[in-house]
Design a protein around this ligand. Structure first.
Ligand code: KIV
Length: 271
């Protein structure tokens, strides 16, 4: 029997038990009430209210422009749609990098105003003090290492990170620091599978991979990519389970045709 099926509400402890039992953790992003309801109802373990909302909901090129108010709006909508999964809310760019007082105030605001269950922050050593303050205030923190999109202008490209030994060593060290700081899990984004395996085995907390291979303790995808709502983004790591873009286009074209041809509405579709 899977741990997911036995449990009424998923908590950070449930994820820890899943890692110990070798049961993979499932995570998807969501940004609104209706999709959160579908994803939670389908039995997901974790919903991430990702700052990828900046890309897939608002159409920005990067995650940098999304504001705290916008993240709070998305998280509040998601929370209204779920009964059971754990909800992690991304701390937006600028809400935690400057100092640990600001980081703590931002995390408290997210928890108070959204009803979310935890926050996620990108980075290693640079954000460890902030993570410690937030965790000591009783707020669970998920870390995020590897390709951290809020630093895209530092990286200059979205290619695989930590291929070189220096960067791989920093990632190994950062993962340990995040674990010691009290993170309950760490997202590993777009790093070599062998490095993700080694890091996952070296930590007692779960790793959640995206483009980080099969040996992470769980997997996360952006909902718009896996459902094929967004069709321009096709990295190697993405498995697309639906093509909503194609199906929705066909449905809209049929609707246009039906209205233009006076087929819709018919006599049974009126009062
Ligand atoms: O914002 C997001 O969607 C993320 C995932 C890619 C992990 O951080």
């Amino acid at each position: 029997m899977s741990i997911n099926k036995e449990i009424k509400r998923i908590t950070t402890n449930t994820l820890q038990k899943m890692k110990a039992a070798g049961e993979k953790i499932t995570m998807l992003t969501a940004y609104d009430f209706s999709f959160a309801k579908i994803i939670d109802g389908a039995g997901i373990d974790v919903i991430l209210v990702g700052d990828s909302a900046s890309n897939v909901m608002a159409g920005n090129e990067t995650t940098l422009p999304i504001t705290m108010d916008q993240m709070i709006y998305h998280a509040q909508s998601v929370i209204r749609g779920i009964d059971r999964c754990l909800v992690v809310v991304d701390m937006p760019f600028g809400s935690y990098q400057s100092n640990s007082d600001i980081a703590l105030a931002s995390a408290i605001r997210i928890m108070k105003e959204t009803g979310g269950h935890s926050v996620k922050m990108e980075g290693g050593e640079e954000v460890v003090d902030a993570i410690k303050r937030i965790v000591s205030a009783g707020i669970p923190v998920m870390g995020h290492l590897g390709l951290t999109p809020q630093s895209i202008y530092k990286f200059g490209t979205y290619t695989v990170r930590a291929k070189e030994e220096d960067e791989a060593n920093k990632l190994r060290k950062d993962a340990k620091l995040l674990e010691e700081a009290g993170c309950f899990a760490i997202v590993l984004e777009k790093i070599p599978a062998a490095l993700a395996k080694e890091v996952s085995q070296s930590l007692s907390i779960p790793t959640i991979g995206i483009g980080a291979g099969m040996d992470c303790d769980g997997q996360v995808l952006v909902m718009h990519d896996m459902l094929g709502i967004n069709t321009e983004f096709k990295p190697r790591f993405l498995r697309q389970y639906l093509n909503i873009h194609e199906q929705a286009t066909r449905a809209v074209q049929q609707y246009i045709k039906d209205v233009k041809s006076k087929d819709f509405p018919n006599t049974s579709e009126q009062y």
